[in-house]
Write a protein that binds this ligand. Structure first.
Ligand code: NDP
Length: 303
């Protein structure tokens, strides 16, 4: 068996096209362009790259991006002042605080402060609390898990009644992914670093969401034949020549890296029914779902 590829790049583009069309329709009838504020504290290169990609997506989809680069040494009070001002700013529909914050800042207090109607990342305790309660709906679902579920649904995979295994229990991916699957009536097992006999647990999965940040840890013989595999992991590993030596960059002379997921793709593809590639699977969905959430924020606040 060769698994059917779930093309995250294509599905993300369709989400983006739909968002752009709805933004254009709203602007044509006189509504303001949706606005997303990005708050970046400090100068982490990876965080700056993610924020730049989010700003670019805003522009491409006809939204407005307001960027707040703040010094790494900003105090809790000063940062909270910025968030309060953004909560009160009518031009700003969504607020995204790029995580992680420098260690002297209290992340929980900052996330708690974001108005629930502007919490487009879906990380505020109010949104997560609603996600965790039966019969309650969050205003916004965290973007990466939202993207995972969207990919499953677009691929036509039945979630109701399925045995789903989520590898990882982080606040931003594993835990909300598990809550979403429960909400869709899957029977869910959540695994983490203390789980015993991980391969045996994973072998029960009709649906596997892997979000552990361990390159290619999930092997082909862990996968139940025909399972749907959603690989969230983004891991850089050295790119090797056929003799096993590292491939060096022509520009910098440094060893080059390639991106792999948490699942050994070649092995899993031979067993699974459906699989997402890395790159080009879950990755592009995260920003697409952020744009969808920002549009939703504008709809909630302006309609
Ligand atoms: P975290 O490091 O916050 O969480 C990792 C989770 O995996 C933890 O729950 C940890 O368990 C568990 N874990 C770690 N090692 C093992 C192991 N050997 N066996 C079983 N469980 C293990 O990571 P994130 O959730 O933030 O990210 C996970 C991956 O997803 C990363 O590769 C990240 O780059 C990627 N990612 C991709 C995104 C995208 O847009 N595609 C967005 C966000 C993340 P414990 O709780 O016990 O420590």
């Amino acid at each position: 068996m060769t698994a059917q590829l779930i093309d995250g790049k294509l599905i993300a583009q369709q989400v983006r096209d739909d968002v752009a069309a709805e933004v254009a329709r709203r602007v044509a009838i006189g509504k303001p362009k949706p606005g997303l504020a990005t708050v970046l504290v400090g100068d982490r290169v990876d965080s700056a790259t993610y924020v730049a990609a989010k700003q670019k997506a805003c522009h491409e989809l006809g939204m407005v991006s307001y960027h707040y680069p703040l010094p790494a040494e900003i105090s809790q009070d000063e940062l909270e002042k910025v968030i309060r001002a953004l909560n009160a700013d009518e031009l700003v529909n969504g607020i995204l605080v790029q995580l992680p914050l420098p260690s002297h800042l209290n992340e929980e207090r900052v996330l708690q402060l974001i108005s629930i109607e502007k919490d487009v990342d879906g990380f505020s305790p109010l949104n997560i609390g609603r996600l965790a309660q039966k019969g309650r709906e969050p205003l916004f679902v965290p973007c990466t898990p939202y993207g995972c579920i969207y990919l499953l649904e677009q691929a036509g995979i039945k979630i109701e009644g399925a045995n789903a295994v989520v590898l990882g229990r982080s606040n931003i991916v594993g835990m909300p992914a598990a809550l979403l699957l429960i909400g869709k009536n899957a029977t869910v097992t959540v695994c983490h670093s203390r789980t015993k006999d991980l391969p045996a647990v994973v072998r029960q999965a009709d649906i596997l969401i892997a979000a552990i940040g361990r390159p290619e840890m999930v092997r082909g013989d862990w996968i139940k034949p025909g399972a749907a595999v959603i690989d969230v992991g983004i891991n850089g590993i050295p790119l090797l020549n056929s003799d096993g030596s590292p491939v060096l960059s022509e520009k910098t002379g440094k060893p080059r890296q390639k991106l792999v997921g948490d699942v050994n793709f070649a092995e899993a593809q031979a067993v699974a029914g459906y699989i997402t590639p890395v790159p080009g699977g879950v990755g592009p969905m995260t920003i697409a779902m952020l744009m969808k959430n920002t549009l939703r924020a504008a709809q909630i606040q302006q309609d």
